[in-house]
Ligand binder design. Structure first.
Ligand SMILES: [Zn+2]
Length: 138
């Protein structure tokens, strides 16, 4: 076997190992999220994928801080801009109820800024620019 073939073979083996490790990590994280969900809300989730939980028509995301479970965040729509985002941290059943009734976007959510309508001065400058270019190219 040439060096090239050996190197490619070693790379394939390493990739296989990495895939296996990733699958184990995902399964572990999925189980941790499901456990945290059961402990906080006292019900079995419909589905859990790594840190994503689906139950009834709700979707929540588990937040981990340095590997430690911290809280859940509810997925919803920003009441100001209407964009889909996650809520502030939910740490109890009552917290979840509060977010369902009065959704508060996570601190990192920023509503897109609406560009203000052009001022009278800006419109005048634009009109003059058009006039000048019309005159200049006649
Ligand atoms: Zn917003």
């Amino acid at each position: 076997m040439s060096l090239r073939e050996k190197a490619l073979r070693a790379y394939q083996l390493e990739q296989g190992r990495n895939e296996q490790e990733k699958a184990v990590l995902h399964a572990t994280q999925t189980e941790r999220t499901a456990k945290a969900f059961r402990e906080m809300f006292g019900v079995e989730p419909d589905g859990v994928t790594i840190d994503d939980v689906v139950i009834e028509d709700l979707r929540l995301r588990a937040q981990y801080d340095k590997g430690e479970f911290r809280c859940f965040q509810l997925q919803g729509d920003c009441p100001t801009c209407g964009k889909a985002c996650y809520s502030q941290g939910v740490s109890s059943l009552a917290d979840l109820g509060r977010m369902l009734e009065d959704f508060i976007p996570t601190y990192s959510h920023q509503c897109p800024e609406e560009s203000p309508p052009p001022s009278a001065g800006d419109r005048l400058v634009e009109a003059l620019r058009e006039l000048i270019s019309e005159i200049a190219f006649q």
